[in-house]
Design a protein around this ligand. Structure first.
Ligand code: ZN
Ligand code: ZN
Length: 204
């Protein structure tokens, strides 16, 4: 039997009329919008509120690394203990771009010829690391501080682009998050193969 919490969860997702969910393919994002949306989501995991930044490293249209501004695993986070300032910068965290490449390295994935999607343009230090890792294209949500990166990218043969958001896609995302999941959870019967029996006091 489904628990009360599961039913409440189902109802919560149905505050919009069901007809709003009928059009299953209202919009299919282009690759740049698809990956940049991921970077925006990933930024929300940042632990240094001086800048919430997110990045996705992509090769052959496949995600090979993700990263946000955050301390290495096991170390203190700015959100918990405050910033660690040095010459006007917080140095407690690794930047989102660094974390994407480090994640790929940790998992043994080749970064040569990859594309970086990142919410803010890289700082000079991160840009050097991206060039050294073989990143060939960088798509940024917006330019942040250091404009020397334009010249540096040109010299290194890295394509640098400022992402142009697609308002239709953003509108679709807003609608998606108000109605998701599209599945009619209220119609799921206990015993359906993909339904867990949530009889514990688990909350969502
Ligand atoms: Zn910080
Ligand atoms: Zn950086």
């Amino acid at each position: 039997m489904l628990s009360a919490s599961f039913n409440n969860y189902s109802r919560a997702w149905h505050t919009k009329p069901l007809h709003a969910m009928d059009n299953k393919k209202a919009y299919r994002p282009k690759w740049d919008h698809y990956f940049m949306t991921m970077a925006m989501m990933i930024a929300q995991r940042s632990t240094c509120d001086r800048l919430l930044a997110g990045s996705v490293l992509v090769r052959d249209k496949r995600v090979i690394g993700t990263g946000y501004n955050g301390s290495p695993s096991g170390l203190d986070h700015c959100d918990d203990v405050g910033h660690l300032m040095h010459e006007g910068h917080c140095i407690r965290t690794l930047h989102s771009e660094e974390n994407t490449v480090i994640q790929a390295a940790k998992l043994g994935i080749i970064t040569e010829g990859s594309t970086l999607y990142t919410t803010y343009s890289p700082c000079y230090h991160c840009l050097k690391k991206m060039i050294a890792a073989g990143v060939k294209r960088i798509v940024v949500g917006q330019i942040y501080r250091d404009t020397r990166i334009f010249e540096t990218c040109m010299k290194a043969g890295v394509q640098l682009e400022i992402h142009q958001p697609d308002t239709k896609w953003l509108d679709h995302l807003t609608e998606l998050y108000q109605t998701a999941p599209r599945e009619k959870l209220g119609d799921i019967k206990p015993g359906d193969a993909h339904v867990e029996d949530r009889t514990s006091s688990q909350t969502f």
